[in-house]
Design a protein around this ligand. Structure first.
Ligand code: THU
Length: 132
């Protein structure tokens, strides 16, 4: 049984809601905010491909729009265990510390536990932006 069962269940069930008629990929993300609230997100594609939004971004924007701006953990689910894209990593870094846990999982239950700083070294962060 996964140590991250609640996050895994949410990411997996949310992946089923993916709107992905073009790639057919079903991506689910579940995030835990600092106060322990969970938010799920799926990828939402568009016939104008650049209008596509990733699952991680949907979950993060749901949290931020509910006033929860600090992320404790991000769990990403795809059948094949895809790693989060670069734009998602950058968006995570706006709302999380470099130490934040990111869990990348697949349909077999494999879970790669990593961190934002491992995924996005030398990040351009809000703190970096303040340096003038
Ligand atoms: N996708 C995500 O939802 N998250 C990622 O981090 C990588 C890619 C989605 C976007 C698109 O719907 C499909 O996967 C193929 O790129």
């Amino acid at each position: 049984m996964s140590k991250y069962k609640a996050l895994r269940d949410l990411a997996k069930s949310t992946a089923a809601h993916a709107h992905s008629p073009y790639s057919k990929a079903k991506v689910g993300a579940a995030i835990e905010t600092e106060d322990g609230t969970l938010f799920g997100g799926c990828n939402v594609e568009n016939s104008s491909f650049g209008g596509t939004t990733c699952a991680e971004q949907v979950a993060i924007f749901k949290a931020v729009s509910e006033g929860k701006k600090r992320l404790k953990r991000v769990y990403v689910y795809t059948d094949a265990g895809w790693s989060p894209c670069g734009i998602c990593r950058q968006i995570m870094s706006e709302f999380a510390s470099p130490e934040m846990e990111v869990i990348i999982s697949n349909k077999d239950g494999d879970e790669k536990v990593t961190s934002l700083k491992e995924l996005l070294p030398l990040a351009f962060t809000p703190e970096e932006y303040q340096k003038r």
